[in-house]
Design a protein around this ligand. Sequence first.
Ligand code: KIV
Length: 276
Amino acid sequence: MMKNTVTTIQQQKENGEKISMLTCYDYSMAKLMDEAGINMLLVGDSLGNVVLGYEDTISVTMEDMIHHTVAVARGAKNALVVADMPFMSYQTSVYDAVVNAGRLMKEGRAQMVKLEGGASVCPQIKAIVDASIPVCAHLGLTPQSINAFGGFKVQGRDEAAAKKLLEDAKMVEAAGASAIVMECVPAQLAQLVTKNVHIPTIGIGAGAGCDGQVLVYQDMLGMFSDFTPKFVRRFANVGEVMKEAFREYKTAIANGSFPAEEHIYKIDESIIKKLY
Ligand code: KIV
């Protein structure tokens, strides 16, 4: 399998080959996704929800992101590792944005960083790209703005908002972004954006007209039940399989069938006898 890079995902768009991306937060899962040939692994700040149990992504720190990104990077041989810049790691200044993007590359071993916003974060995107760090923009429903939006809602539905989203996409491209994630955007608008930018678009709740798709892996595996958005397809019910295995484990401990003969270590009986 070939190593995925900014160049190969750009080629995929140009050749009309769809890009696959999944969120990922640890080494074992990174290896499984990498071996399955997933093009891009996103260490999303959704780890705040699905790994750390917060109700939003606001409290996720740079330390959280680095901790998980470096674990994913160790497991990803061919997949392109993208790390989310957490809330307030880039909004505060261009300087903070470059320093924190640099940490995600240097300490987290990411190969691209992702940040939320359009025109308002173009100075940050430009400065990060000038520091030779590839950037993925994130438009539409940007969860770090949950308090400003007043809830999780589909974005870009009226004329002004749709126009702004298209303009934001063109602006992040002009600022040097290598890809755009679009979240909870009407399918026709996401398709129009995809046709109007040269860089790949990756949709989540944005329809099939994007150049690629991303899902949170706990959602697509049925491992997270707090909230399931309309755009999720459950590709397997791993949560139920895991729960059944946990129940069987408990039962096997209770009835003494685990651990069995094949799971134990032995020493010579004569040594044991000397101890009492
Ligand atoms: O944090 C995340 O997982 C994301 C995806 C939902 C795109 O940003």
